[in-house]
Design a protein around this ligand. Structure first.
Ligand code: ATP
Length: 232
């Protein structure tokens, strides 16, 4: 089976001209929830940013065998979406953010396009499943708690329903165990079900227990490889 997403010989330089990592290879298939682990500072966030074309890299990233450039980078990012660990750095309110994304050309031309009202409603419904109150949508990101902004950012990524691959950067690092459980269930159900666009996830977590609960594959990142671990 050909991979949904593939990275070949990816390397990334920091602004100080040191490689964070080199020659990283990974194939992502439909149904995968890949747990990405590794020491703090080894480059997990950097790798997800390269995969979503948010950082320059050497090597190839291919979605259905095509480069982001061939697909159009804004369009590629609707299919392979990075969800940051600290969305509170965004300007304005989550409602403004959602409105802006829905009206981007890349989103407007996505094959799954629904009306703005439909997308907004499904996004608010997902946020409500994650126990994020509706009043949070009209508060500045900077005034949301870490856990509130994580749940809202995830709701936006899922509510837009364009991403085939979600790149989740410690999505529950600011959440209590109950809210983490809601996120874990929501994501795993979406990947397993067939009603949403989402087909695969790469999920950074420092929690072994969380990895075991949600993961289908397990990878350890070092400066020279992304090594897959076989677990029973
Ligand atoms: N803009 C930058 N300029 C210089 N160094 C950077 C920059 N961004 C990241 N780095 C460095 O690159 C390395 C990888 O960072 P990254 O955030 O990808 O690590 P990580 O594995 O996600 O870490 P953690 O588990 O602590 O979140 C770190 O040493 C970090 O300090």
């Amino acid at each position: 089976m050909s991979p949904l997403l593939e990275i070949r010989n990816i390397g990334c330089l920091n602004p100080d001209n040191h490689y964070v990592f080199q020659d990283i290879n990974l194939e992502v298939h439909s149904g995968d929830i890949i747990i990405l682990q590794g020491k703090s500072g080894c480059g997990k966030t950097t790798l997800l940013k390269c995969m979503s074309h948010l950082r320059p890299y050497k090597g190839d990233v291919l979605l259905h065998g095509k480069t982001p450039k061939a697909l159009g980078i804004p369009s590629y990012r609707t299919h392979v979406m990075y969800v940051p660990q600290r969305p509170s750095l965004l300007p304005g309110t989550p409602r403004d953010f959602l409105h802006t994304i829905i009206n981007l050309r890349a989103h407007q031309t996505h094959p799954n396009k629904c009306t703005e009202e439909e997308i907004t409603q499904q996004t608010l419904d997902i946020a409500s499943q994650l126990h994020a109150e509706e009043l949070l949508w009209d508060r500045d990101w900077s005034n949301l708690s870490g856990g509130e902004s994580q749940r809202i950012a995830l709701s936006v990524a899922l509510g837009l329903d364009t991403a085939e691959v979600l790149l989740l950067d410690e999505p529950t690092s600011a959440l209590d165990p109950e809210s983490s459980g809601l996120v874990e269930r929501l994501i795993t159900e979406r990947v397993r079900g067939s009603h949403a666009s989402l087909k695969a996830v790469i999920w950074i977590t420092h929690s072994e227990e969380q990895g075991q609960r949600v993961g289908t594959r397990f990878c350890q990142l070092t400066a020279g490889e992304c090594k897959e671990e076989q677990r029973i």
